[in-house]
Ligand binder design. Structure first.
Ligand code: ADP
Ligand code: MG
Length: 423
């Protein structure tokens, strides 16, 4: 059996542990008098060695806690059990010089030599508290910082939202402006286009007028001087012939001027439809009479009406212009002696007026251009004209809510049919 190297229970060993402990240890009797204090506790509280012994434990407490503490101590003696003091609240101790510091205390009770003793283990937690405080403060600061950050983010977000809103407004405004400008540009473009067209029309007019007017005017001049000569000779037949020439030249000039006048009015949108109720057969008879001087020798216009004739509500000036154009074309583009016929058919809700000639007809490849302004078919040759009549006719027919159709065979003849609603 070997001796233990040191005896744990030896008074010297225990004494050294007691004295060497880093924790403050105090032994207190039931009266609350400190019986024994180790070095750590003396240093902790600022007392000289041995100075604490014999002092009441409350000496180590700030004045304001002393009375309450002695009551606590009494109740602890009634039901002693090992415990930590001050759980959940901060314990404060008091040094000899009166300065205070935070402590953690645990208690245990013992019966030694029949005497009841409380042992208090005391730790100075100043540093821990400081550290805790620092952590708390930095946590607080972090929270503050986070709050500040959140505030800043919110402020930025608000500012951004505001700028987005502003941008959207600006964008909307710009789009409106662009649309307005586009519209204005479009209008200017349109106006320019129209002006260009009108200018083109004017220059065409000048060139056509100077070309087309020359022949009839010189015919008028020469026939007039011939009339003078035949008057002296008394040749009445020749005089008649030349008077008729003068008449037909003048009516040709009138036709050209009428076309230009009509076109000008159409271009300016100045034509108002003024409807009247009329008897179509009477109206056509009048037109036929009016046209007679313009026809070639031995050209006749026959008139036929089928279906039940009804009064027609239409604009007589416009319809007259349409028929004048169609009949004068039929006459111009067919030879002397070739008949022209007008066939009117009354239907339930509309009527047809078909003007047929046995003239030169229209070449197939020209058909699709027939209603274009200034267009003249390739076989029109020396026949005088402006290429405006059919364009005007089509626009007039449309003003009367009708339509125009035609059939034509080169060398055989043509039929132009105007279809008008009966209201
Ligand atoms: N009845 C017709 N017979 C043959 N050709 C026609 C007839 N009507 C019109 N045309 C052709 O269509 C062209 C256009 O007619 P229009 O517009 O009246 O002009 P224009 O002043 O030449 O008569 C004419 O130049 C002619 O070539
Ligand atoms: Mg014509």
């Amino acid at each position: 059996m070997t001796e233990p190297r040191f005896r744990l229970s030896s008074p010297e060993t225990l004494g050294e542990i007691f004295q060497g402990s880093a924790e403050g240890i105090l032994m207190v009797d039931t009266a609350g008098i400190i019986q024994l204090a180790n070095k750590a506790s003396e240093q902790m509280f600022g007392y000289a060695p041995g100075e604490l012994e014999g002092k009441p434990l409350e000496t180590l407490l700030p004045q304001r806690y002393r009375e309450q503490h002695s009551r606590h101590r009494a109740s602890f003696h009634q039901a002693p059990s090992p415990r930590k003091m001050g759980v959940g609240r901060d314990l404060v101790a008091c040094r000899k010089d009166g300065t205070e510091f935070p402590v953690e205390v645990s208690l245990s009770h013992h019966r030694i030599n029949n005497q009841f003793i409380v042992i208090a283990f005391i730790i100075d937690i100043t540093e821990r508290k400081k550290a805790e405080e620092a952590v708390r403060r930095s946590e607080e600061q972090l929270l503050l910082y986070a709050a500040e950050l959140e505030r800043k983010v919110q402020a930025r977000t608000d500012a951004l939202n505001k700028s987005i809103e502003d941008l959207e407004k600006a964008n909307h405004f710009l789009q409106e402006q662009i649309a307005e400008r586009k519209k204005a540009e479009e209008e200017v473009k349109h106006a320019l286009e129209r002006e260009r067209e009108l200018n083109e029309l004017k220059s065409k007019f000048v060139s056509i007028a100077s070309h087309e007017f020359r022949t009839p005017l010189s015919t008028v001049l020469s026939s007039a001087s011939l009339v003078m000569q035949y008057k002296e000779k008394g040749d009445l037949a020749k005089i008649d012939k030349h008077v008729n020439r003068i008449k037909s030249s003048v009516s040709h000039l009138t036709n050209i001027l009428n076309d230009f006048l009509s076109l000008g009015k159409l271009e300016e949108g100045k034509i108002d439809i003024a409807k009247e109720t009329l008897s179509l057969s009477e109206f056509l008879h009048e037109i036929r009479e009016e046209m007679k001087p313009q026809l070639k020798e031995k050209q006749t216009v026959t008139l036929q009406i089928t279906g039940k004739e009804k009064p027609v509500s239409t604009d007589p000036k416009v319809l007259r212009n349409i028929l004048f154009n169609l009949i004068s074309n039929a006459s111009k583009y067919s030879d002397a002696g070739k008949p022209i016929s007008i066939l009117v058919t009354f239907w339930e809700n509309h009527l047809d007026i078909a003007v047929t000639d046995q003239g030169i007809g229209i070449p197939r490849e020209d058909l699709k251009h027939l209603f274009e302004r200034f267009f003249r078919a390739s076989n029109a040759g020396q026949v005088q004209g402006t290429g405006l009549g059919l364009n005007i006719v089509k626009r007039y027919v449309e003003l009367l809510n009708g339509e125009i159709k035609f059939t034509s065979q080169e060398g055989k003849g043509s039929t132009f049919t105007v279809i008008l609603p009966i209201t």
